[in-house]
Structures are given as structure tokens and as C-alpha cells.
Design a protein around this ligand. Structure first.
Ligand SMILES: Nc1nc2c(ncn2[C@@H]2O[C@H](COP(=O)(O)OP(=O)(O)O)[C@@H](O)[C@H]2O)c(=O)[nH]1
Ligand SMILES: [Mg+2]
Length: 289
């Protein structure tokens, strides 16, 4: 007795073969390369990368996961919003994190900004994020919900050095909320994208919480590029935000683990490698802007 032929079986959540080829064995290599990386510009010792995104998207967790991957143990320097995260932004100041790895500092500095909110005049505004990328916002500046920073403020740097500027914007989106991204938020992102594109600043999306968005991936992270759900989410992200698929990196952050894991690490390190290369290419071209 089999199942009744009239009951269709549920569609397979997995593709026959992965749509993106990924080498799960490259962790050691990636880590070494990144630890020995130096920037292509003599005046800039470390590459700054700005991390933005909605409250609760996983920005702080992403920064912590990067450091965990380098250190081989769970790091939690960037404070994570444990109270499910969609209320208030924990990060209200512009915080900088120099990633440590291999017993020394890496030449990567990640800056975490408070969340962009769909409602106008709430959360950091496009202007604040644009200013932060261009190096006008002093570290430790406490963002004002109602008013974007202006050149008159003491926290505004009028003539930033090349080394104050960020050369890549990483926009963090949680995979489980991609389809609910508010149009008003998309409008704000469009403003940011245009202004940064004018100056050739690369933009990348890190799509977090793949484990929550797809049970298949929640069980086995190596299914990430054969999961239909994750592919759909990435395509949707690309269409909504206007960033090409090649610049979208799906990751799982450390969030409740007590030990690191090679599969989590390698995805995180691969995203960092791409981000760093895009940023460094832009830094190399800085004379032309
Ligand atoms: N399951 C899962 N939870 C995550 C992931 N990334 C972050 N979180 C959780 O999402 C919540 C918000 O994360 P947080 O890093 O504070 O977000 P931020 O507001 O963007 O800095 C926290 O409870 C995290 O533990 C992930 O990849 N998977
Ligand atoms: Mg945060």
C-alpha cells in the first residue's frame, strides 16, 4: 500500500546541485591570507568597513562572528541585542572594532552604526550613514534619532583623511525578514546607494540568519547553496536593494554557540575576503575620485 497517487508529495526544498560552487575546505587558507593581508595604499594601514542595517538584523553578531572565526573561540565584544532585537537599537554610537586574529590585530576595522528604520526621522538617517562612510563622523558619536549630524557639530570631521574613510558599505539583512522589508526603507537605501556609487564605494549585502530562514540549512549549513529557499531570498534581496547576486553573502552568525565551527567560519571568512578585496580595490583607485 503506498500513498494515494492523488496526494502530491511536497516539493523538494533542495536543488539537485548547488548553484554556487563553494569550497568548504578553504578555511585555513583564507584565514592565513587575511591575517597576512596589507592594504594597497601606504597612507592607510587598515581598511575600514561600515556595517549598517536594520535593528536586530545581526550587525553586532556578524562583527563578533568575524572575530570568533579569526580567534577560534567565541568572541562577543560587540554587544548583541538579546531581547529579540526589533525594539530599540542597542548600538546608538558609531563603534569601531579592530578585528584581532593570529595573536595580533588584523588590518580590518569594522564600524557598527545604529539601525536604519523605515519610519522617517527614526533610527540613523541616510545622511548619517553616508557621512560615516566618507569619514565625517567621529568614532563614539552618539547618533541622534531626530536630527542627522551636520557640519556644524563638533563630532563632524570636515576634512577626513583617506584613513578615516570606509571603502565598503556592508548592509546586513536577516534572511527571515527579506520579504517584509518596508518600501520606505528601500527608498532610504536607494539614496545611500546612489551617493556611494557616485564615489565608487562598493556595497555588499550580508544575509544573516540563514539557519532560521531554511530548516534544511539550519540542520546542515553546507546545504546553503543548494537550498531553494536561500536562493529565492538572495534573489529577492538583490531585486529589492539593487545589489548584484555576486555581492550578496549568506552567512550564519554565531548566536548561541559556545564553540566555533569550521563551516560557520569558512562562510564568514569568505564574505570578509570578498569585502576586503572590494574595499581595497576602491582604496587603490582613490586618486580618481
Ligand atoms: N539564528 C540566528 N540568530 C542570529 C543570527 N545573527 C544574529 N542573530 C540573533 O539576532 C538578534 C539580533 O542580533 P544583533 O547582532 O544584536 O543585531 P543588530 O541589532 O543588527 O546588531 C540576536 O538575538 C542574535 O543572537 C544568525 O545568523 N542566526
Ligand atoms: Mg548591534
Amino acid at each position: 500500500m503506498g500513498a494515494s497517487p492523488s496526494v502530491p508529495s511536497p516539493p523538494n526544498p533542495e536543488l539537485n546541485k548547488p548553484w554556487r560552487i563553494f569550497d568548504w575546505g578553504q578555511k585555513k587558507d583564507l584565514k592565513e591570507k587575511l591575517e597576512n593581508f596589507s592594504t594597497s595604499h601606504p597612507d592607510v594601514k587598515d581598511i575600514k568597513i561600515l556595517v549598517a542595517g536594520q535593528i536586530g538584523a545581526g550587525k553586532s553578531s556578524f562583527i563578533n562572528s568575524i572575530e570568533s572565526a579569526f580567534q577560534g573561540r567565541i568572541s562577543s565584544r560587540a554587544q548583541v541585542n538579546s531581547a529579540d532585537g526589533y525594539g530599540h537599537s542597542f548600538t546608538k554610537t558609531l563603534n569601531r572594532f579592530t578585528i584581532k586574529g593570529g595573536g595580533k590585530k588584523t588590518p580590518f576595522v569594522f564600524k557598527d552604526v545604529m539601525g536604519l528604520q523605515p519610519i522617517v526621522l527614526e533610527g540613523s538617517q541616510p545622511e548619517d550613514i553616508i557621512n560615516a562612510v566618507f569619514g565625517h563622523v567621529k568614532d563614539g558619536y552618539k547618533f541622534n534619532q531626530e536630527q542627522a549630524l551636520t557640519y556644524k557639530d563638533q563630532h563632524y570631521t570636515r576634512d577626513p583623511e583617506l584613513s578615516d574613510q570606509a571603502f565598503c558599505l556592508v548592509y546586513v539583512i536577516a534572511a527571515d525578514t527579506v520579504e517584509f522589508t518596508d518600501d520606505r526603507l528601500i527608498d532610504k537605501l536607494t539614496i545611500i546607494r546612489q551617493r556611494l556609487s557616485d564615489k565608487g564605494i562598493p556595497q555588499v549585502i550580508v544575509m544573516t540568519k540563514v539557519d532560521e530562514a531554511c530548516p534544511l540549512v539550519g540542520k546542515d549549513l553546507r546545504k546553503i547553496y543548494s537550498s531553494k529557499k536561500i536562493k529565492e531570498k538572495m534573489e529577492l534581496c538583490s531585486a529589492k536593494v539593487g545589489v548584484p547576486l555576486t555581492n550578496i553573502f549568506p552567512v550564519k552568525n554565531y548566536h548561541n554557540e559556545i564553540d566555533t565551527n569550521d563551516d560557520v567560519d569558512v562562510l564568514i571568512l569568505k564574505a570578509v575576503e570578498q569585502i576586503v578585496h572590494l574595499a581595497d580595490d576602491r582604496l587603490e583607485d582613490s586618486e580618481s575620485y
